[in-house]
Design a protein around this ligand. Structure first.
Ligand SMILES: [Fe+2]
Length: 293
């Protein structure tokens, strides 16, 4: 197995057979993803069952709380897809096009995410974009760091709910209420400590972070606007490009991400598996994802 750091963010992993990962290999890869924040595997050839089995070696694969995202035979696979499978709509199209960290709007966020492109759109560099949130905190202007120190932010994904066929004739308020029954949103620290590395990271995103808790509305919105503009500067954004045989794995505690845009109508499919890695997302947070069915 070769692990080679990229110049800006992440590392490339080659010469590895993901069908036959020993416990030593898995331990090494977990250390590598906490070190490098993002791993990009090359030459990967896993079928769906093998993909789930491989992810299970890293922890407990998540079942996303909305079942219409699930792969028909493997509920652990979250399907982003706009191409019919056996004539049927499977998964959800156009997911994750806003800056976010996976499950940031749940009390226990998702530590690790695998994404495997299955159909790579042509006619444009399709990929996943990342921002290093540890580096961002290090570089944050002092007045911003001071303003957010010790605060918590409210995280909510309701504005990204994907309307389903059974939602026809419902009002927006009703849809929001239904979404909030399952995912009411939650508070997380604006700066989190990493449980396994001596590192801190900014933990907000323009997709899910709605306000700074306990702060006057205008002040909170102005600060978040400034923070998002800082985080999303083009020089902070690094792309992992989709290609056949690529598999990505990242640490949601240390990066935020989004999908690149794609040309309208281009076929696209990717399979995500979220993994609870057996460690609190940040110190003090209970580990409950392990207990899901
Ligand atoms: Fe995501």
């Amino acid at each position: 197995m070769k692990i080679a750091a990229r110049p800006n963010l992440g590392a490339d992993v080659t010469d590895v057979d993901l069908h036959r990962l020993s416990p030593t290999d898995v331990a090494r890869l977990k250390e590598a993803v906490y070190d490098h924040k993002l791993l990009v595997f090359h030459g990967v050839d896993l079928d769906d069952a093998d993909y789930v089995a491989m992810a299970r070696k890293f922890g407990v694969p998540q079942r996303y709380f909305q079942s219409h995202y699930h792969h028909p035979r493997h509920p652990e696979i979250f399907v982003s897809n706009n191409v019919p499978m056996d004539g049927a709509k499977v998964g959800v199209a156009g997911t994750g096009r806003m800056w976010h960290s996976d499950y940031q709007f749940f009390p226990e966020p998702l530590p690790l995410t695998f994404v495997m492109p299955k159909i790579v759109p042509s006619g444009g560099a399709r990929g996943t974009l990342f921002v290093d949130m540890v580096a961002a905190l290090r570089d944050l202007p002092p007045h911003l760091r001071e303003a957010i120190a010790g605060t918590r932010c409210f995280q909510d994904a309701v504005y990204y709910y994907k309307v389903q066929p059974h939602d026809v004739d419902k009002g927006i308020a009703e849809l929001m209420e239904e979404f909030h029954r399952e995912a009411p949103g939650c508070l997380h620290p604006t700066i989190i400590d990493h449980p396994l590395r001596e590192r801190q990271a900014v933990y907000v995103s323009s997709g899910f972070t709605l306000r700074i808790d306990g702060m006057p509305h205008e002040r909170s919105q102005a600060l978040l606007r400034e923070l998002f503009a800082f985080l999303e500067q083009p020089e902070r954004v690094h792309q992992a490009t989709w290609a056949p045989g690529v598999l990505m794995l990242w640490d949601n505690r240390q990066v935020m991400h989004r999908a690149t845009g794609q040309l309208h109508g281009q076929p696209s499919r990717s399979y995500r598996i979220g993994v609870y890695d057996g460690t609190p997302f940040y110190p003090g947070l209970p580990v409950t994802g392990e207990k899901q069915p």
